[in-house]
Design a binder for this molecule. Sequence first.
Ligand code: FAD
Length: 499
Amino acid sequence: MYKNIVVLGGGTAGWMSAVYIAKKWAHKNFRIQVIESDAIGTIGVGEGTVPSIADFFDALGIPEHEWMPKCNATYKNGIRFKQWSSVDGHEDYFHPFYSELDAFHKQALLTSIALRTQGFNTYAHPDVFSVVSKLDQEDKSPISSENYLFKSAYAYHFDAGLLADFLKSKAIELGVEHTVATISDVKLDNTGAIASIISNDGTEFLGDLFIDCSGFKSMLLGRALGVEYISFNDTLLNDAAVTVATEMDSSIPSATYSTALSSGWAWQIPLTHRYGNGYVYSSKYISPEQATIELLEHLNLPEGTPVNHVKMRVGRFAKGWEKNCAALGLAQGFVEPLEATALHFVTQSVIDLVSAIEDANYSDANRDIYNKKLEARFTSTRDYIELHYLANSRTDSKYWHAARSFTPNRRLQRLINAWQRGENIAHVLNEEKVSLQLFSLEAWVYLLAGKGFYSTTNERTLKVAPDNVNVNIERIKQFVNISATHFKSHKLSLENLKP
Ligand SMILES: Cc1cc2nc3c(=O)[nH]c(=O)nc-3n(C[C@H](O)[C@H](O)[C@H](O)COP(=O)(O)OP(=O)(O)OC[C@H]3O[C@@H](n4cnc5c(N)ncnc54)[C@H](O)[C@@H]3O)c2cc1C
């Protein structure tokens, strides 16, 4: 029975896992320890999220006004992709999170875009259908005025270091024990499971269940248990990032910006007091020095501005839970940060792990089910991120050619064929059992239509749309403009965060 739980690592993944387990099993008298090294740092990035994180805070019973100001957090309506496409009119587009308001025109969006894929001259850019895209353009919060009935899902941006500190204090309040020690050895028992981990001063930490949150090196799952690693670098080229903070503007954007550069893409994430910026690139196509110069130019910062360099290992372990060890966070795997999904993997994995263990009377009987679910999450997230690269139409560098030149897997090839023939991609997603939980049908459509990934891109060859198409763009624009007036300025809603 899993009663003595040892979490290795005090990064965001370590503290998210510890606090969630401590909250869920508060009355069980289990021992939960977090061991982190003061000699090995945390990754120091990871500031954007997806809406499922709100459910995680709800499950912990922590309201926004308590944690957001302490973590310099802001609201996130979605991601704006800039310069990923060289198709006229598609230089940028927005990927909004779900909104009840956008749902009103979902059918109009799908009809208009479907006709466009069939070669008719209809409205082909998704932004015009979305109130949430308008909120981004006006730096508005996803929180509507009081008494306004329609709600939008949203996520957050935050300072990852401050969030780890905040969750650490919550975990310790809930009885989690915290030890600073650097682990240098792992003892296995005669079944090959982990018996204990040993620090470099000889202290031995015994446990029934080990949660490996040791970052990219995956000290327990990868190194000690030797679980196979599956690299994604045959299709996802980026393996490094350079980061720098910049000053906040007078108004605070409510979205992440992802701008394609010569050999990757740059993020800009607004926190209350600064922007976090980074250039995710492929070291095969650009050196760290050149990437630094390009990032600083992109941000109009002087040469010589201090930056941080990060290496990335993009791939996953074949099993996220082996014997008595489950890895969470970077130790479990990482699909590159384009859609800010890594912390979603942490929260969903710890939720799944706790319920898999509870349902099996605190044993490992549900391990295979857990591993299959995790594999499916990796597969659909990886597919979605790969499609960003396959659908790019930049011609300015070898990197962008290479980024779309890999052979898509069967699912993606089927999806692309269906899209370009003007067929309904919903059927393909359903038949291929692509999980639509994280990326809905609209999200796939936003990606392809936003980038102008149409087989007929020359407007002059387009046919006149049939008369009976029930899409009144002027009325939709009016609806979008009026609806956006019900939402506050982002900056104001952050200032007004109150109990
Ligand atoms: C460039 C980049 C951008 C990213 N952007 C996003 C984003 O926008 N959104 C998102 O959700 N995620 C993002 N991520 C991922 C995100 O940063 C991580 O998922 C998150 O920070 C969790 O990291 P971690 O806790 O798994 O690992 P780490 O932060 O690396 O923490 C590892 C911990 O293990 C401890 N440790 C390691 N070895 C030992 C040892 N031998 N003994 C004791 N302790 C040890 C360390 O001290 C540390 O406390 C990004 C990642 C990268 C690389």
